[in-house]
Design a protein around this ligand. Structure first.
Ligand code: FE
Length: 199
């Protein structure tokens, strides 16, 4: 049995933050704290949302706010898998639950071309990172390992799988992108019976 109540508590905390209409920097600050707490112990993500595919990295929707103000996703990276260069257009938080990942940040010049804005950042289990149009929104992410699965938990300021955004070729040419999700069913966070009946 997984400690799914941790995910329920987390989505409650993010809902409260979003309800508070906090400025983005405050939302990211407190959201990072909540995400750090969620990924501190790897005992709550149900197996079905932690399974890699040999085809491509998986994006499992774990929770979507009823008003699509935020969503929580598990990214499951098979060995060596990576994203294209892409943007988000909304705020996002990334926390590594298992393994490690490498994120390469980019920015666009006025002429539309892309340039790296720093070295690839290595995120280990327990580390959290943020993206947004205000602080840097374009990156490429990959599994740091060639021989095992890595998993990160992401929170975004929208129903991210339905957001019109872009991937980019290395020379900066954008391509319309709507990521969708890899799953058809969501984890059930709401059955309290076992917790309530626990002696
Ligand atoms: Fe991303």
């Amino acid at each position: 049995m997984t400690a799914i109540h941790k995910l329920r508590q987390f989505v409650g905390e993010i809902a409260e933050l979003v309800d508070s209409n906090a400025a983005e920097h405050a939302l990211l600050h407190y959201g990072k704290d909540a995400l750090r707490q969620l990924i501190r112990v790897d005992d709550w993500l149900p197996e079905a949302y932690a399974r890699p595919s040999p085809e491509r990295y998986q994006q499992f929707l774990l929770y979507a706010d009823a008003r699509q103000r935020f969503s929580v996703v598990s990214f499951v990276w098979g060995p060596g898998q990576q994203t294209p260069i892409h943007d988000h257009t909304v705020w996002g938080l990334i926390g590594v639950l298992r393994g490690a990942e490498l994120a390469a940040p980019y920015a666009r010049r006025d002429d539309g071309s892309l340039h790296p804005t720093g070295d690839e950042v290595r995120l280990e289990a327990g580390d959290v990172e943020a993206v947004s149009p205000a602080i840097g929104d374009i990156h490429r992410v990959r599994n740091a390992y060639d021989d095992r699965t890595s998993i990160s938990i992401h929170v975004y300021g929208a129903n991210i799988g339905g957001v019109r955004r872009s991937t980019y070729s290395p020379d900066g040419v954008p391509k319309p992108f709507i990521s969708g999700y890899s799953n058809q069913t969501l984890p059930n966070l709401w059955d309290l019976s076992k917790e309530l009946l626990r002696p």
